[in-house]
Design a protein around this ligand. Structure first.
Ligand SMILES: CC(C)(COP(=O)(O)OP(=O)(O)OC[C@H]1O[C@@H](n2cnc3c(N)ncnc32)[C@H](O)[C@@H]1OP(=O)(O)O)[C@@H](O)C(=O)NCCC(=O)NCCS
Length: 146
């Protein structure tokens, strides 16, 4: 992803999250955060999803993953996460973590397929409704989808 893709990605974000990121946040991630990589999911050259990754030393963090509603349920999110994990490993990550809404069973199911387990709860993590987040973790030397 580059700054040229921000409008489309921000629109995907808007269709995917109750509190989407602003365009400025994406631009900052792309231009100011040297730990960040943002991957685009393309179908017939159309951007239909994205995933954000930070790798700090040997720890990877998924910031966001989203697929356009009409493209969901086709294993595309799974492909995107698989590729993101591959890139994280290439950048030296030994483990990966993320936060997910306790109500977001679909995303939790996706993460579980890659070996993520719930490691804790961040209370009132989401400011739009005070919802808690599960913190999920996977260590790459443990059992997971390759
Ligand atoms: C989460 C998201 C990226 C998944 O993408 P997707 O392309 O629809 O998912 P896939 O088709 O690749 O499915 C992969 C796995 O996710 C889970 N999953 C996907 N859709 C599901 C559904 N409707 N119900 C239950 N589990 C589901 C399943 O484990 C599935 O594997 P399976 O088909 O073998 O059971 C997508 O639903 C999305 O963009 N959601 C809105 C944004 C969001 O919540 N992001 C996560 C923030 S933490």
């Amino acid at each position: 992803m580059t700054v040229d893709d921000v409008d489309i990605v921000a629109s995907i974000d808007k269709q995917s999250f109750p509190k989407p990121w602003s365009k400025e946040t994406f631009i900052n991630e792309l231009t100011q955060n040297r730990y960040a990589t943002y991957l685009l999911l393309l179908v017939n050259e159309k951007i239909v999803g994205y995933c954000g990754l930070w790798v700090i030393v040997d720890e990877a963090h998924i910031t966001n993953i989203a697929v356009l509603p009409e493209y969901r349920g086709k294993k595309l999110g799974e492909e995107l996460l698989k590729k993101t994990i591959q890139i994280a490993k290439e950048q030296g990550a030994a483990s990966m973590t993320l936060e997910v809404r306790v109500s977001n069973k679909i995303a939790q199911n996706l993460y579980a397929k890659f070996g993520f387990q719930i490691g804790g709860v961040r209370k009132n993590y989401y400011t739009n409704n005070g919802e808690d987040a599960f913190v999920m973790w996977v260590k790459f030397n443990e059992k997971q989808s390759e």
